[in-house]
Design a protein around this ligand. Sequence first.
Ligand code: NAD
Length: 487
Amino acid sequence: MRAQPPASHFIDGAYVEDTNGTLIESIYPATEEVIARLHAATPDVVERAVASAREAQKAWAHLSPTARGRILRKAADLMRERNQELSELETLDTGKPIQETIVADPTSGADAFEYFGGIIAAGQNGSHIPLGSDFAYTKRVPLGVCVGIGAWNYPQQIACWKSAPALAAGNAMIFKPSETTPLGALKIAEILSEAGLPKGLFNVVQGDRHTGPLLVDHPHVAKVSLTGSVATGRKVAAAAAGHLKHVTMELGGKSPLIVFSDADLDSAVGGAMLGNFYSSGQVCSNGTRVFVQRQVKDAFLDRLKARTDAIQLGDPLDPATQMGPLVSHAQREKVLSYIEKGKAEGARVVTGGGIPNSVSGEGYYVQPTVFADVTDDMTIAREEIFGPVMCVLDFDHEDEVIERANASEFGLAGGVFTADLSRGHRVADRLEAGTLWINTYNLCPVEIPFGGSKQSGFGRENSLAALDHYTELKTVYVATGKVEAPY
Ligand code: NAD
């Protein structure tokens, strides 16, 4: 099997196997071939992972931030050196084209290790609070053992976005990848180990929805950071609340992307395509409700159709391929059923709308699909599809479109294309979302906070803000005189 790792889990600096765990088959979505067989963690494996993380974290927290950062920056260098190999693995894990993974996956993970490794020495300072002759100081202290639970769309990036700030701040991280994409995180563990990370600080345990709760409920786990669907988020947040644990929730979305008539139309079309078709549309922050001002609707759709029809679908390992398959059979069935609902509810198919003829036989491919004349009440305009399906809706006025854009339970992201920058800022201000883009879409460099509002979650990844979510504030009051007690 072409991507079989030495064993299923990585614990305490070494690969670990326990074949008593449920079988997990890793399938290459482009050929439907089984490329690795792994086992979900048994309770015994989870115990070993937590025990080793707990032990390792104590010494790690007492290392200087500079020393911790040096190891993370070394890991970043190793990831960049091995970008080709890691990107190929990410492509096998997810089916995303190598054209994307080579620029967006290990490199984004490396950015996280470099950024948090670089800023931690200055980023974790506390404050001094004068109180007359007394004073107090605060320090940001790590939480202890943190658990990261990943989705399948960006397995390596998610593992790094969670572990980089956690480790930089002095925590240990146990990462559970999605059962659909179990491979990449093991390589990240190998690289961190090679970079000098002491054993036990980054453990990987495989498993599914039955394994996650073993970690979330474990009494020695202090924090859970989940990237996943809203339904899973509700369960994980509820379980964590039962133990009063810290949580970060990076969940789903149905984000609005608003194109005003004065926008640069080619940029708006490009932004909408990036925000709907990158990674075959399997991106949480995608702008899947594209509101286009009526005057430019026809011109927008003409250019969009021409460019969408030219997208190269095919073998994800071919550098010329622009779009690969969806991640799994189940995901393709889900997306196809939404496309059928769109047709049945009266949306107009501008292009796409099914399985491509060009890629026959194997693989979970779906055509990049554009629906026009979509109305707010249609299922495809309300629910997250998580596939290459763009909904174009018409609008006339700014107030109207903001009200409609905000009429969603989700609040992950949003975008506005306009030549009028005052309007751009005004609209960004009024849209209810965690991340907004003006005249671009879906750019998420590590320097800026990323996360959602409303049902899309809470907490932030990346930027200095992420450190707040992996530490807590400790306050120390220092008296300089005698204690005056009234007794
Ligand atoms: P999912 O919710 O099915 O699974 C996510 C992870 O949670 C998996 O590792 C799964 O094994 C685990 N899990 C499931 N039930 C659990 C439980 N009860 N306790 C603990 N863990 C449990 O999501 P998915 O299908 O893997 O990913 C797609 C979803 O993720 C989409 O909704 C997408 O929008 C969202 N997503 C969000 C972001 C973000 O940053 N906001 C990024 C990527 C994906």
